[in-house]
Each structure stands twice: as C-alpha cells, then as structure tokens.
Design a protein around this ligand. Structure first.
Ligand SMILES: [Zn+2]
Length: 282
C-alpha cells in the first residue's frame, strides 16, 4: 500500500511536499551515512534512526551492490527511497543495477531527459517498478520520523527538460537529525553553489564536496557559508580528471576543514547520535 503523501502550498509560491512515512522499525537512535568507495562516482547510503534506508546515487557500476550487501541486513531486499541527483553515468550506472535487484518504494530524481542508451534503460526500469516517482524541486521536505531531508535544488521543476549542463541540474539535499546536518550537493557547479548560499542557511556538519572535488565546484564563499567540520570527497584513485583539484583542497584547508576521501580512506561512514559525529572508515 502506498504511504501517505501530503502537498502543502504556502503563500501560493512555495511548494512543500511532505512525505510523511509511517513505518515501525527498531529504533537505533543513530543516523548512519555511508559514503561508499565506488571509484570515480558518488553513492551515499543512509540509514535513519527509525530504520529508513535511502540510497543517493549508485556510482558507475555494480560495485554498489557489494557495498549495500555489507550494510543491509541479510535478506533485506527493499530500499525505501532512491535518489538520483542527476543522470550521469558515474551516478546512475550502479543505480540501474540496484533497480534490477531491489524492491524500491520511492524514487526522487530531477526529471532531466538524456538521449543515451543508459538513460533509456533508467527510464524503462523506473516505469516498470511499482515505485512512487517524485520530481525534485526546492522546497520539498521528506520526513523520516526523527530525521528529515530538504531539497534545496533544482530551484524549479525540470521534468522532461534537457540540459546542456546536466551537472548543474543536480539535486542538492540537506539531511538533518537533531543538531547534526549533512549537505549533499551532487555535481552542482559554483554558480549553483553561490545561488544556494544567497537563498539558504547552509551551515552543516558534513559536506559532500561537489563534483568529486573538481575545481568547477567548491566556491570559497559557499564553503565558508556551509562551514563544515568534515568534507568528504568521493572520487576514484588516480582518476583521469585529476579530482580532487588542489584549489579545492586549498579552500578546505584554509577553513581548517577535516578532509576525508574515498580514494584514500575507502568507505567512510559517519554516525550521528543527534549531537556528536563519529567517523568509521575501513
Ligand atoms: Zn559525478
């Protein structure tokens, strides 16, 4: 049975979609956010204190399946929510494999259309799945009992549009659990970061650094406004793009932000009890 869906319109301008999901789970009291080492790409797996499982991007290939198997209980084949930040290979190659293998209840994506075979496969699979499909737009808030996620970007609904700069259509999310927060920016470039900084309070404990540490992202004023304690860079070792760029590392170092990198640190798990963060990497 579909879970409840409430649409609230504030002042006729701001759309606030509240997905109030009600599901009984054993309460662990902790939020776990795992930044998987999937080589050159992004894959972030979230387990909320109430037991919701969320996968944001899936890296370029099936490596994500091994990572999920390590994190999820044996026999658990259901993921509550999959988020595709933007349809680029290093973000949804692996998600396609996840859709083939797992029951997926909800899919949040940016609605951008591509002309590639991989995109057609994505479209076919999300149609086949009996999942609720939501097109992301700033102002949406998804509530998982004690944890919530707010959509900060795209600023408008981009459903069925094409884009010359798919990276800049990335879904940007802020995940909040009591005093702790995580900012996840996909591959959005500096122009989007600056607009986000102008529109929002962005202060977060953990920042997933934009676009794998490329110098297209991590504008200094944005980093200053987010002011994270920890910056996580998801990139492949010896990748051909030279990610992370030294300019980005210099900006993070300037603000004395602790840097963790999947190419050097492997899988990085950040555990929050609502107040304190603990880093577990293997
Ligand atoms: Zn990417």
């Amino acid at each position: 049975m579909r879970k409840s869906f409430i649409l609230i319109i504030l002042g006729g301008l701001i759309l606030l979609n509240v997905l109030a999901w009600d599901r009984a789970f054993n309460n662990t009291q902790e939020l776990e956010v795992s930044f998987f080492d999937v080589g050159q790409g992004d894959a972030v797996f979230i387990q909320t204190p109430a037991g919701y499982q969320i996968l944001i991007d899936g890296g370029p290939n099936g490596v994500v399946l091994d990572k999920l198997a390590e994190e999820m209980p044996l026999g658990d084949r259901t993921i509550d929510l999959i988020i595709l930040t933007h349809p680029e290979h290093d973000h949804y190659g692996g998600l396609i494999e996840v859709l083939e293998q797992y029951q997926v209840e909800n899919i949040l994506w940016n609605g951008i259309i591509r002309e590639t075979a991989e995109f057609k496969e994505w479209q076919k699979l999300i149609k086949e799945k009996d999942a609720r499909i939501i097109v992301a737009q700033a102002g949406q808030r998804i509530i998982f009992k004690t944890t919530y996620m707010e959509v900060l970007h795209p600023f408008e609904n981009l459903e069925a549009q094409t884009s010359k700069s798919v990276n800049n259509t990335s879904i940007v999310l802020r995940l909040v659990f009591q005093d702790n927060s995580f900012l996840l920016t996909g591959d959005a470039f500096k122009a989007v970061e600056k607009e986000l900084a102008a529109r929002n309070e962005l202060a977060s404990d953990v920042l997933k650094v934009g676009h794998h540490g490329s110098k297209t992202s991590s504008a200094e004023e944005f980093i200053q406004k987010v002011s994270p304690e920890i910056a996580i860079i998801s990139c492949g070792s010896n990748n051909s793009y030279g990610h992370p760029h030294e300019e980005v590392l210099a900006v993070l170092e300037k603000f004395a932000i602790r840097i963790l990198r999947t190419d050097q640190d492997g899988d990085i798990k950040v555990v929050s009890d609502g107040t304190e963060l603990q880093i577990i990497n293997n």
